[in-house]
Design a protein around this ligand. Sequence first.
Ligand code: 5RP
Length: 262
Amino acid sequence: MPVDLSPIDKAKYAAARRSVDLVENRMRVGLGTGSTAAWMVRALAERVKDAGLSITCVPTSERTGDLARDLGLQVVTLDEAKWLDLTIDGTDEFDPNLNLIKGGGGAHLREKVVATASDRMVVIADPGKQVAQLGAFPLPVEVLAFGLTATRALIEEMLASIDVLSRQVSLRMNGDTPFVTDEGNHVLDLHLGRIGNPRQLALVLNQVPGVVENGLFIDICDQVIVGHPDGRVEIHDIDGGATPGDRVEFDEPENIFADLGD
Ligand code: 5RP
């Protein structure tokens, strides 16, 4: 039951639960990846069932697709959907301009493709994701396996002329082998501490041959819903300011909270 959840999971659930109120009948909805997005998929499946909605969903990862199908949501590819009304996803950081660092789960490539093919991107977050300036969270960069060493060297060289606090680059591992994304690529994590100009860095990174996509989401997110452990939510809108939303009650059916695999 929700009362047994950790404070952070209660905060994630509150944001996720509030976000699915934005989903209306016949919408095509992008589903993000990560633990907060997994709460959202569960809350969405409940809402679809309770409100009798007919929607189609496009997941941003294989694991989100598996979860959505298991919960009975109708899953299609982005090409089948063509365009989306709304994407709801988590984040690793968001700043006052609603620019994001994403990719902690290694799904930022598909997440960016899906979010930018949507009329609206809504991010769901716990309070720890809010930062004054991006960069404390290592910036994920998806790179081709081919020429990985050269790509890494070019990124390190490029970083020398970029306004950041530190310049350490690491290859993301999965045990003893490099982590592999759903697209079959690897991820370099850039430990930058602080990113002075995220817009510039996002553009420059994608100029490096071998870089597939970086985890900076600039001017993509329209709204961030922050949940708190006591069920309060606040809405950060791109048009300015944060406003309190309705408190989420933790009285949902038990099945939402069973077998959370993410
Ligand atoms: C996955 C992501 C996630 O949205 C991000 O890592 C946040 O994850 P969580 O909700 O588990 O904190 O970008 O690639």
